[in-house]
Design a binder for this molecule. Structure first.
Ligand code: NOJ
Length: 551
């Protein structure tokens, strides 16, 4: 076993480019730990689990929205950007959380949601009270429908299904690219721009280390009329700045202002963009005068296949080098089917990425999941990811090998995607079910009360308690991998070791090797000491769907 050099918490917090090779752990606060027993996770719950985060060995926490919200979209409908939802705690609790994390050398990144507010935000309430054409409506995107008709201003669809326009009592329509409870802001309005700078300052002054920027590519829109119909719009992923609603070049002006503010702090605050844009345009969000880093969902979207993984890795490392950022890697988050389940789904016969969409259908046609295969591949994929240069984003529960909960009853579902698609999509609740901490008990140790999304009986077997003492558990694998990585991650590049086209083998500076067998039969391991493997080896052979680290 390789031991990691001892870095003191203080030495670690002092590094201004800490984010470049960080392991960031996403906490979805309502589903992590519930201290007050109301069935909803909270900030004191997270504080009580800081020792768990320390033992896991992460560098930073990314906290999904914890702001006051009616939860029309799991907290991404924000009522007040500079406060804490009373169900989750208080600003004092927030300060204590930062203190507890920083005392252990763990950074805190918070989610910022600039594309839309909630429909309970004071600006939107003011806009609704104002008459048509009054300035209070200008912070949002209000338009009339076509003359004399009861139709919306265009046929654009919301990401969650249905029209992207909702009608107000006085007959005007407002744009919402997500749920109707999430009206889109007008980023041409100087007050909107100024207010978000205030919000960034507010949390930065409170000590947060960085921001995750929600739908960062949506803020600036080309709303010239007549509005083009949806049939003529380019595909979002191929739009190259030509789509009126996504990835407009003008958005980078906003992020330059943000970067100027974030750079006034020492060390500068980090920021990572959630931007669904073609790989080549991602660099703009990740530039040094922009947010600095952008999510790359390419591995998440790739089937578990040698060629796809290799292409994605090569492309993204080249892009990161070109723009001086560092790549990001992610397999799971609160929006997708957990990767331990995705990899156990039958391959999509239509090709394309294994996004688990088939699984999400709620019409009773869910395909059977090969749980063992899914977990084996998820462990192999994660170990591979953790050997890559760049930062790795983990989602709460993946370190337990947690599976998607497919059996949530309809009455318990919360995701607007389920409601707006009229049940055609099951939505994202299955990856948001509260974490099982103990083998049994009312909510498997989530808290002294129940759990807002129902945990299935099989959750106990995945609990922290069930895995803690087991050296072969997924939790033990993550803990060992993060400890080893901490000691070895150096340099921004890797060197491929070419062999067959089903074995992905590379080395990092210092001789750290990662080798993954995507083929069907076991392969010979190189002549070096095995530090860690995602599954049992067969003598000196690496079985299929397995990754090993060697040095
Ligand atoms: C992306 C977030 O990850 C997702 O959960 C949310 O529904 C949308 N943005 C809208 O805010």
């Amino acid at each position: 076993m390789v031991t990691s050099p001892q870095t003191t918490p203080t030495a670690r917090t002092a590094q201004s480019d800490w984010w470049r090779q960080a392991v960031v752990y996403q906490i979805y606060p309502r589903s992590f730990a519930d201290a007050n027993g109301d069935g909803v996770g909270d900030l004191p719950g997270i504080i009580s689990r800081v020792p768990y985060l320390v033992a896991l060995g992460i560098d930073a926490v990314w906290l999904s929205p914890f702001y006051p919200s009616a939860l029309a979209d799991g907290g991404y409908d924000v009522d007040d950007y500079r406060n804490v939802d009373p169900r989750l705690g208080t600003l004092d609790d927030f300060d204590q959380l930062i203190e507890a994390l920083h005392a252990e050398g763990i950074k805190l990144i918070v989610d910022i949601v600039p594309n839309h507010t909630s429909d309970r935000h004071e600006w939107f309430l003011e806009a609704l009270e104002a008459a048509k054409g009054e300035p209070a409506r200008e912070r949002y995107i209000f338009r009339d429908g076509p003359d004399g008709s009861d139709q919306p201003p265009s046929d654009w669809e919301s990401v969650f299904g249905g029209s992207a326009w909702a009608k107000t009592d006085d007959g005007q329509w407002y744009l919402h690219m997500f749920a109707a409870e999430q009206p889109d802001l007008n980023w041409q309005h100087p007050e909107v721009r100024a207010d978000f700078l205030e919000t960034l300052k507010f949390w930065s002054d409170r000590g947060v280390d960085g921001f995750r920027v929600d739908v960062a590519h949506a803020l600036v829109k080309d709303l010239s009329e007549p509005f083009p119909s949806k049939a003529t719009l380019p595909r979002q992923s191929e739009s190259n700045g030509k789509h009126p609603l996504w990835d407009q070049d003008g958005v980078h002006e906003i992020y330059r202002d943000w970067r100027n503010l974030l750079n006034t702090y020492d060390p500068p605050k980090s920021a990572v963009a959630e931007a669904f844009v073609p790989a080549a345009r991602r660099a703009r969000y990740a530039s040094a005068d922009g947010l600095g880093q952008a999510f790359n969902f390419d591995l998440l979207q790739a089937d578990f296949e040698y060629e796809k993984f290799r292409k994605v890795i090569e492309e993204n490392l080249a892009l990161a080098e070109e723009n001086g950022s560092s790549s990001t890697w992610v397999f799971s988050n609160h929006d997708v089917v957990r990767h331990a389940t995705r990899y156990g789904l039958p391959k999509n016969p239509k090709g394309g990425w294994q996004d688990g969409k088939d699984w999400l259908l709620s019409n009773g046609t869910e395909p059977t999941v090969d749980v063992a295969l899914g977990l084996r591949r998820a462990r192999a994929a994660t170990l591979l990811m953790l050997a890559l240069p760049g930062s790795a984003y983990l989602y709460q529960g993946e370190e337990l090998g947690l599976q998607e909960v497919g059996e949530l009853p309809a009455a318990n579902l919360q995701d607007p995607a389920y409601f707006r698609s009229k049940g055609a999509e099951k939505g994202r609740d299955g990856c948001r079910v509260p974490i099982p901490w103990t083998v049994d008990g009312l909510s498997f140790g989530f808290g002294p009360g129940g759990s807002h999304l129902l945990q299935p009986k099989w959750f106990g077997a995945y609990s922290v308690q069930a895995q803690e003492g087991d050296p072969d558990s997924t939790l033990s694998l993550y803990r060992k991998a993060l400890a080893v990585r901490r000691g070895l991650r150096t340099g921004n590049s890797l060197t491929w070791v070419d062999g067959t086209d089903w074995v992905l083998h590379f080395t990092r500076d210092g001789g750290w090797q990662s080798i993954t067998n995507f083929g069907a039969a076991p392969v010979e391991l190189p002549d070096a000491a095995v530090v860690l493997s995602s599954g049992p080896l067969e003598g000196d052979k690496l079985p299929s769907d397995t990754t090993a680290w060697l040095i």
